[in-house]
Ligand binder design. Sequence first.
Ligand SMILES: Cc1cc2nc3c(=O)[nH]c(=O)nc-3n(C[C@H](O)[C@H](O)[C@H](O)COP(=O)(O)OP(=O)(O)OC[C@H]3O[C@@H](n4cnc5c(N)ncnc54)[C@H](O)[C@@H]3O)c2cc1C
Length: 338
Amino acid sequence: MEIQKNVSLRDKNWFQTGGCAKHFCQPETQTDFNQALEHAKESSLSVTLLGEGANALINDDGVDGLVIKPTITSISQAQAENLVTVGAGTSIQACIDWCLNHNLTGLEEFSGIPGTIGGALYINVHYFKFFISQFLSLAQVINKHTGETKTVDRSWFQFDYDQSILQKKEWFLLYATFELTKANDIETAYALGRRDEIIRQRNSRYPTSHTCGSFFRNFHTHELASTTERTGSKKLPFAGYYLDKLGIKGELSHGGATVSHQHANMIVTKDNANSSDVIALARKMQELVFDNFGLILQAECQFLGFEAYPLYQQTQPETQIKPGLAKFAPDTPPSIEP
Ligand SMILES: Cc1cc2nc3c(=O)[nH]c(=O)nc-3n(C[C@H](O)[C@H](O)[C@H](O)COP(=O)(O)OP(=O)(O)OC[C@H]3O[C@@H](n4cnc5c(N)ncnc54)[C@H](O)[C@@H]3O)c2cc1C
């Protein structure tokens, strides 16, 4: 497997922004993945994983070290016919389509969500009441430092809304095994219809390129509790609700980044945009929500190649899994106080 140098990542993420990977490789097998980690260790390179870049913002200065973009795309059915094992680099939609072609239903709820299975388990992809973790049975993961691989079950991941242990960046996903429902032809036809209907609805409601989907995550209960105490009014958890109330859809922008006219929690970029435009716009959105509602939005989007979290930070209990980013250390102090 070739390890390339100075590879542009601009065409490898949905915002179409950002700089180059100093070192870059695309392991197709577990052996390749091991080799990549060995190379990183021997050359003292930091390691960053990249899927389809559908939930990632890449630093304009690029990403130091080795960027690994797994292209392990095998899909196989176990003897227990409702178990399907999928490589981490498989696209979510390819996995759904394969399962439906084999009369296995469940995952069609995530139809139309871009990204790989690796990226999906990292954030615990969700759509309305469904989380991908609900369908996970087992997984094979690889250790960043030692190259050790192990098989783990769902509980190992410590899944929650927008959370998994993969965010500690000690272990990477190689394969996921999903437990699905074996369906008859009529049930499968219904699931196929549901897949098409979900995609049709998504395409009419959300931007379909130059975005990472929802930029900010919803609030956790403990975050709302302190604000409710401070302001005396009960708060809803939905980031999009507050952004929508500001009337910024299609209006608020910075450089080549604009709040989508379709969805107030989605940022879209123009062809010549930089990641710094996205960050400046996201900070404006945080400031507006704080000024109007007393809440500090936190990113669902993952920042790759940044030494520090580039947005306003919310103080979090130490026990919570952090997204693997350094603490916020702004050049200029934020205009909002937590
Ligand atoms: C138009 C649009 C709509 C969207 N709608 C939804 C939605 O409805 N629901 C939802 O939940 N999300 C949604 N998203 C977000 C995105 O689709 C998901 O987060 C998806 O899982 C990202 O996968 P990815 O492979 O592109 O990950 P990337 O963006 O490439 O990476 C995201 C994170 O995962 C890590 N990662 C990637 N692969 C691995 C691996 N093998 N092991 C360990 N870590 C890994 C990366 O290091 C990074 O930190 C949407 C995005 C877009 C662009």
